[in-house]
Design a protein around this ligand. Structure first.
Ligand code: FES
Length: 140
Protein backbone atom coordinates (compact mmCIF):
# COMPACT_ATOMS: atom_id res chain seq x y z
CA UNK A 1 0.00 0.00 0.00
CA UNK A 2 1.27 3.46 -0.89
CA UNK A 3 1.79 5.92 1.94
CA UNK A 4 -0.70 8.32 0.33
CA UNK A 5 -3.37 5.58 0.37
CA UNK A 6 -2.65 4.82 4.01
CA UNK A 7 -2.93 8.51 4.86
CA UNK A 8 -6.17 8.76 2.91
CA UNK A 9 -7.56 5.83 4.91
CA UNK A 10 -6.59 7.44 8.21
CA UNK A 11 -8.28 10.69 7.16
CA UNK A 12 -11.45 8.93 6.02
CA UNK A 13 -11.58 6.87 9.23
CA UNK A 14 -11.52 10.05 11.33
CA UNK A 15 -14.07 11.69 9.03
CA UNK A 16 -16.49 8.76 9.12
CA UNK A 17 -15.93 7.90 12.78
CA UNK A 18 -15.04 11.22 14.39
CA UNK A 19 -13.55 11.03 17.87
CA UNK A 20 -14.85 13.39 20.53
CA UNK A 21 -17.76 14.70 18.49
CA UNK A 22 -20.55 16.34 20.48
CA UNK A 23 -20.75 18.79 23.33
CA UNK A 24 -19.51 18.66 26.88
CA UNK A 25 -22.53 20.35 28.43
CA UNK A 26 -22.60 22.55 31.48
CA UNK A 27 -20.45 25.62 31.80
CA UNK A 28 -17.49 25.21 29.56
CA UNK A 29 -15.09 27.04 27.30
CA UNK A 30 -16.70 27.21 23.86
CA UNK A 31 -15.22 28.61 20.67
CA UNK A 32 -17.11 29.07 17.40
CA UNK A 33 -15.03 29.55 14.30
CA UNK A 34 -15.87 29.84 10.65
CA UNK A 35 -13.69 29.01 7.69
CA UNK A 36 -13.96 32.29 5.75
CA UNK A 37 -13.36 30.64 2.41
CA UNK A 38 -16.31 28.24 2.51
CA UNK A 39 -18.46 29.33 5.47
CA UNK A 40 -18.17 25.99 7.27
CA UNK A 41 -18.23 26.31 11.04
CA UNK A 42 -16.86 24.46 14.00
CA UNK A 43 -17.63 24.70 17.69
CA UNK A 44 -14.91 23.47 19.97
CA UNK A 45 -15.57 22.96 23.65
CA UNK A 46 -12.80 22.41 26.15
CA UNK A 47 -12.63 21.75 29.83
CA UNK A 48 -9.34 22.89 31.29
CA UNK A 49 -8.60 21.97 34.89
CA UNK A 50 -5.30 22.73 36.60
CA UNK A 51 -3.71 23.39 33.22
CA UNK A 52 -4.84 20.05 31.77
CA UNK A 53 -7.32 19.58 28.92
CA UNK A 54 -9.55 17.14 30.76
CA UNK A 55 -12.24 17.09 28.07
CA UNK A 56 -12.57 18.38 24.53
CA UNK A 57 -15.32 17.96 21.96
CA UNK A 58 -16.30 19.47 18.66
CA UNK A 59 -19.39 19.96 16.57
CA UNK A 60 -19.86 21.36 13.13
CA UNK A 61 -20.09 20.66 9.50
CA UNK A 62 -17.27 20.75 7.05
CA UNK A 63 -15.27 18.84 4.52
CA UNK A 64 -13.48 15.59 5.28
CA UNK A 65 -10.19 17.42 5.86
CA UNK A 66 -11.62 19.82 8.44
CA UNK A 67 -13.59 17.17 10.32
CA UNK A 68 -10.74 14.64 10.29
CA UNK A 69 -8.35 17.32 11.51
CA UNK A 70 -10.70 18.24 14.38
CA UNK A 71 -11.09 14.58 15.30
CA UNK A 72 -7.33 13.98 15.28
CA UNK A 73 -6.63 17.16 17.20
CA UNK A 74 -9.12 16.40 19.99
CA UNK A 75 -7.81 12.85 20.30
CA UNK A 76 -4.24 14.10 20.55
CA UNK A 77 -4.79 16.81 23.17
CA UNK A 78 -7.29 15.16 25.50
CA UNK A 79 -5.69 14.59 28.88
CA UNK A 80 -2.63 16.65 27.97
CA UNK A 81 -1.34 19.86 29.52
CA UNK A 82 -2.43 22.99 27.63
CA UNK A 83 1.24 23.81 26.98
CA UNK A 84 1.69 20.48 25.23
CA UNK A 85 -1.48 21.01 23.17
CA UNK A 86 -0.16 24.39 22.04
CA UNK A 87 3.25 22.93 21.22
CA UNK A 88 1.48 20.34 19.06
CA UNK A 89 -0.45 23.12 17.37
CA UNK A 90 2.85 24.81 16.59
CA UNK A 91 4.12 21.61 14.97
CA UNK A 92 0.91 21.38 12.98
CA UNK A 93 1.43 24.91 11.69
CA UNK A 94 4.92 23.99 10.54
CA UNK A 95 3.52 20.92 8.79
CA UNK A 96 0.94 23.07 6.98
CA UNK A 97 3.68 25.42 5.81
CA UNK A 98 5.63 22.50 4.42
CA UNK A 99 8.37 23.08 7.01
CA UNK A 100 10.17 20.42 8.99
CA UNK A 101 8.13 19.16 11.91
CA UNK A 102 8.42 16.64 14.71
CA UNK A 103 6.78 13.56 13.12
CA UNK A 104 7.10 11.48 16.32
CA UNK A 105 4.95 13.96 18.13
CA UNK A 106 2.30 14.08 15.41
CA UNK A 107 1.30 10.42 15.22
CA UNK A 108 -1.85 9.97 13.05
CA UNK A 109 -1.98 13.70 12.43
CA UNK A 110 0.89 13.30 9.98
CA UNK A 111 -1.72 11.88 7.59
CA UNK A 112 -2.66 15.52 6.89
CA UNK A 113 0.89 16.51 5.88
CA UNK A 114 -0.01 16.39 2.18
CA UNK A 115 -2.56 19.18 2.64
CA UNK A 116 0.27 21.73 2.52
CA UNK A 117 0.45 21.08 -1.24
CA UNK A 118 -3.12 22.36 -1.61
CA UNK A 119 -3.24 25.95 -0.33
CA UNK A 120 -7.03 26.14 -0.66
CA UNK A 121 -7.40 23.30 1.85
CA UNK A 122 -4.99 24.57 4.49
CA UNK A 123 -7.73 26.68 6.09
CA UNK A 124 -9.86 23.52 6.33
CA UNK A 125 -7.12 21.63 8.14
CA UNK A 126 -6.19 24.46 10.50
CA UNK A 127 -9.73 25.46 11.54
CA UNK A 128 -9.90 23.24 14.65
CA UNK A 129 -6.34 24.16 15.63
CA UNK A 130 -7.18 27.87 15.49
CA UNK A 131 -10.11 27.13 17.78
CA UNK A 132 -7.78 25.32 20.17
CA UNK A 133 -5.37 28.27 20.26
CA UNK A 134 -8.19 30.75 20.78
CA UNK A 135 -9.61 28.64 23.60
CA UNK A 136 -6.24 28.39 25.33
CA UNK A 137 -5.88 32.17 24.97
CA UNK A 138 -9.25 32.81 26.59
CA UNK A 139 -8.38 30.54 29.47
CA UNK A 140 -5.07 32.21 30.25
FE1 FES B 1 -15.25 24.05 4.28
FE2 FES B 1 -13.13 22.51 4.11
S1 FES B 1 -14.42 23.14 2.48
S2 FES B 1 -13.95 23.42 5.87
Amino acid sequence: MQLDDLYRQVIMDHYQHPRNQGSIGGETLSIDLKNPTCGDEITLQMKIEDGIVTDVRFQGAGCSISMASASMMTEAIKGKPVEEALALSEEFRKMMKGEEFDADRMGDIEALAGVCRFPARIKCATLAWHALERGADQKS
